[in-house]
Design a protein around this ligand. Structure first.
Ligand code: DQA
Length: 297
């Protein structure tokens, strides 16, 4: 996954420019953080800043075959530079509009965005985190090589063939599924008679509840019914036990050995409605490939 990050006018002065509005981070610090997070997520990034509308367009054109998606903070150009809107439409790459400040709560002239009808999403008002959030989202929505389920099962089998510490192995299996399916977060849990415990995970952070009673959360539903559970928007579901901030959709797949559920695969997305029927089938196939992890563990 290759990401082009474009920063518009006056962003080169971040750090000294109106810190009360834009924070104290310099552009270099922002780019460094985006770079670090990208490496962690397995993405490649190119960043560019210009104070000139045409230069931003030229760069977008130049990178259009390299990039899989764009993070774009056009600065004040956001509010009037229609050629930027046309440039984004022309390259037809998924574009996430980013702002450090919450433009919707500022002067009325900042409420208009030329990108409104061509962007895939908007991340604003969270300072530097707006960029990191946008990056995560882009990795989920940008078209990219989503591996064929059989290929993933082969990768899982290959990894399972080399015995290792169970926690290390669980983390690596989670990473294979996460990268292959471009999900936000993937975790493998052991299900005991009374408690559920995370063994390994891959994503932006550890789960809020690494261990919890088997009677709680959507896991309880999956374990007691021995069936997969999908919630397309957890905000409306009282059964949801938070795993990490920013999750919108969650799917839990139980794995049985003999007569009882011994493990679960938990998959999370930042996008509501993320689990299409196709992605769901893809995950079910991956879960079959994971079976031996619990059966021999
Ligand atoms: C900005 C918001 C714009 O309105 C402003 O002109 C900027 C920065 C932001 O990141 O908050 O230059 O894009």
């Amino acid at each position: 996954m290759r990401v082009l990050v474009l920063h518009g006018p006056n962003m080169n002065l971040l750090g000294e420019r109106e810190p009360g509005v834009y924070g104290h981070a310099t552009l270099e610090e922002i780019d460094t953080r985006i770079g670090e997070r990208s490496r962690h997520l397995g993405a490649e990034v190119r960043t560019f800043q210009s104070n000139h509308e045409g230069a931003l367009i030229d760069r977008l054109h130049a990178e259009r075959r390299w990039a899989d998606g764009i993070l774009f903070n056009p600065g004040a150009l956001t509010h009037y530079a229609w050629s930027l809107r046309d440039a984004v439409a022309a390259v037809s790459l998924p574009c996430i509009e980013v702002h450090l400040s919450d433009v919707s709560k500022r002067e009325p002239w900042r409420h208009l965005s030329v990108l409104a009808d061509v962007r895939a999403a908007l991340c604003a008002g969270r300072g530097l985190d707006s960029y990191l959030e946008a990056l995560e989202l882009l990795l989920e929505i940008a078209p990219g090589p989503e591996r064929d389920a059989d290929e993933v099962v082969a990768l899982l089998a290959e990894r399972l063939a080399h015995p290792d510490d169970r926690r290390v192995l669980a983390g690596e299996l989670a990473q294979i599924i996460r990268r292959s399916g471009r999900f936000r977060w993937v975790g493998l849990y052991d299900v005991g008679p009374a408690e559920v415990e995370v063994l390994g995970w891959a994503g932006p952070g550890p789960p809020v509840h690494p261990r919890f009673p088997v009677s709680e959360g959507l896991t309880a539903v999956a374990v007691s019914s021995e069936r997969s559970v999908v919630v397309q928007d957890v905000r409306g579901d009282p059964r949801y036990l938070p795993t990490l901030e920013g999750t919108r959709a969650e799917a839990i797949f139980p794995v049985s050995a003999g007569t009882r559920v011994v493990g679960t695969l938990d998959v999370e997305s930042a996008n509501a409605q993320a689990f299409t029927a196709e992605r769901f089938r893809w995950l079910e196939r991956c879960v079959e490939g994971l079976g031996p992890f619990w059966k021999t563990g």
